[in-house]
Design a protein around this ligand. Structure first.
Ligand SMILES: Nc1ncnc2c1ncn2[C@@H]1O[C@H](COP(=O)(O)OP(=O)(O)OP(=O)(O)O)[C@@H](O)[C@H]1O
Length: 228
């Protein structure tokens, strides 16, 4: 069952910039894959169309078989519960604790405090931050801050996690830790799509790789076809 499908998707930004041209692919439930390409290839744009930060100019993005063009107004917030997003700069609230940052999506959903506390504790344990719940973001290392961002993205148990250069600021050891965390998500029902220009890291992971070049999907490499 595909969780995500791009059907001939093009995106042209106002001002004429063609960021994606006729892109088509699908992601199955429980899959983890990468999208790679040079700077400006269209990776961020592709992810933005999935979490509805942007809309396609042509073609359709389907999520759970539903055309996202039909997702409007209040339904956008509901859609975003099903798609977790991780950014390179993690975008944590500086004046809120780790637990408050992670619990924020659940608070916005109207869950009760007791339920939020329970879920936040469980997800912080999963990202090995169980002892840092009351810390402020500035008191954490870069790798820990990124793990808080991931905890916040998965606390709603999304069907898909999209991550834009999630290890861009991290050294190789921390990057490997983050990737191991991502790899554990599909078995819990969350598919994972990671945008990265770091080819060495992408190759090491031995997952399916979508390759963008100037907005075109030029390759869709299966793990078994990745060169040694
Ligand atoms: N809001 C915008 N308005 C106009 N053009 C944009 C906008 N966002 C991106 N672009 C352009 O669209 C193209 C694709 O950009 P995008 O950010 O998707 O690429 P990318 O592969 O993520 O690059 P990077 O690795 O540098 O983040 C680029 O030419 C970029 O300049």
């Amino acid at each position: 069952m595909p969780v995500l499908r791009f059907d001939n998707v093009s995106k042209q930004y106002p001002g004429g910039q063609q960021a994606l041209s006729d892109v088509g692919f699908q992601v199955d439930a429980g899959e983890m894959l990468f999208v790679t390409g040079h700077s400006g290839a269209g990776k961020s744009t592709l992810l933005k169309l999935i979490h509805l930060a942007e809309r396609p100019s042509r073609g359709a993005v389907l999520f759970d078989d539903r055309n996202l063009l039909r997702v409007r107004g209040r339904q956008v917030a509901l859609h975003r519960r099903r798609v977790g997003v991780v950014f390179q700069d993690h975008r944590l609230l500086a004046d809120r604790t780790v637990a408050e940052n992670v619990g924020l999506p659940l608070l916005l959903q109207g869950l009760r405090r007791g339920e939020i506390a329970k879920r936040v504790r469980a997800v912080l344990d999963r990202v090995s931050l169980g002892t840092r719940a009351t810390a402020l973001p500035a008191q954490l290392s870069a790798g820990e801050q990124q793990r808080v961002g991931i905890a916040r993205a998965i606390v709603s148990e999304p069907a898909l996690l999209v991550a834009d250069e999630p290890t861009g600021n991290l050294d190789p050891t921390l990057a490997a830790e983050i990737m191991a965390l991502f790899e554990s998500l599909p078995e819990r029902g969350t598919s994972v799509l990671v945008a990265s220009h770091d080819l060495a890291l992408v190759k090491r992971m031995r997952k399916r790789v979508l390759v963008l070049d100037k907005g075109r999907l030029v390759d869709d490499i299966q793990p078994e076809d990745l060169a040694e």
